[in-house]
Design a protein around this ligand. Structure first.
Ligand SMILES: Cc1ncc(COP(=O)(O)O)c(C=O)c1O
Length: 317
């Protein structure tokens, strides 16, 4: 889903809250030419009953963002706790009362020619109204991509590095141009890695399986969430290498990700997954995820940050 930019959006850039139109970068900005940035995606869920906007695991996202900045020799002078407060202030200033997507972006800001990892770093925080990323209500029909995932020794997939998303765009675009909803991307040596912008889980013989973090995947926060939710249902997750043909014999398959949430896959390479309908474990996990993310369950409440009541910001409410 492409999000329409609203003209009166306030963003955080260069240490200030400014209108989106004023948050501009120069044409020679390093990251624009060489992809030298790292970004995050955080969801915010509006609860009408609670009159509250819940951010889902923002601290973990900001921890990962800073960790990934480190890969490219970038740092910003804020702790994850401070970044949580800044993003809450941003939301309050925009007076959002709807589901949101928050995009933190840190990038090499030097203007000039030359490929390097020089120290100049800038960052921005953007919050946008956002609904479903993809309609997966009836399950996704996907293909195995002819593109391979970027290996860790080329561009680390765990880094959520801007330039690496050319790989995701190639895979996603190829899948859609062939009439599929999404792609599954294999590692260079032919094992299942993940979707173009989501992690993947399979159910085989009742066991939940997901590729390991050493198989060129992003170490997904939704992935970790699902593993914990499954554990609470007495279902352990096995992290192990997954062969391509296991996709054809799995009982259930689903993607996980901030944008995708938990998205069932009902067909791979024109072969039905299991019965061809959304599987029972997938449904239970979807329900459990929605309950915690939308503030309906008390369990794992520490995963949520309530913007309007919990967060301490100096903005008048
Ligand atoms: C390549 C890739 N894999 C997996 C994910 C899922 O990660 P998370 O659950 O932290 O959003 C994403 C981002 O959403 C991604 O871009």
């Amino acid at each position: 889903m492409e999000t329409e930019l609203t003209s009166n959006l306030t963003v955080y850039f260069r240490g200030q809250f400014v209108p989106l139109q004023e948050a501009r970068v120069g044409l020679l900005t390093h990251a624009l030419h060489y992809g030298t940035g790292v970004f995050e995606g955080i969801r915010g869920y509006w609860s009408e009953e609670e009159a509250e906007l819940f951010l889902f695991r923002p601290r973990e996202h900001f921890e990962r963002w800073k960790q990934n900045g480190h890969l490219l020799k970038m740092d910003i002078p804020h702790t994850p706790a401070e970044l949580c407060e800044l993003v809450c202030e941003l939301i309050v200033r925009n007076q959002f009362r709807c589901d949101l997507y928050i995009r933190p972006l840190m990038f090499k800001s030097r203007e000039g020619i030359g490929v390097h990892l020089g120290p100049e770093t800038e960052f921005a925080l953007i919050a946008l109204p956002f609904g479903k990323y993809i309609d997966s209500s009836r399950g996704l029909r996907v293909c195995v991509s002819s593109w391979r995932r970027v290996p860790d020794n080329s561009i680390p997939a765990r880094g959520k590095i801007c330039g690496a998303y050319v790989n995701s765009a190639l895979a996603g675009e190829e899948a859609r141009s062939h009439g599929f909803d999404e792609a599954i991307v294999l590692t260079e040596d032919g094992h299942v890695a993940e979707g173009s912008a989501a992690n993947i889980f399979l159910v085989r013989n009742g066991q939940l399986i997901t590729p390991p973090v050493t198989d060129d995947i992003l170490e997904g926060i939704t992935r970790a969430t699902v593993m914990e939710l499954a554990r609470e249902m007495w279902v352990d997750t096995v992290e192990r290498r997954v062969d391509r043909t296991e996709l054809y014999v799995a009982e259930e398959i689903f993607f996980t990700g901030t944008a995708f949430e938990i998205a069932p896959v009902v067909e791979v390479d024109r072969r039905p997954v299991g019965t061809g309908a959304v599987g029972p474990l997938t449904r239970r996990l979807q329900q459990a995820y929605a309950d915690v993310a939308r503030g309906r369950s008390v369990r794992n409440a520490h995963w949520r940050l309530g913007v309007y009541r919990e967060a301490r910001t100096n903005v008048p409410r």
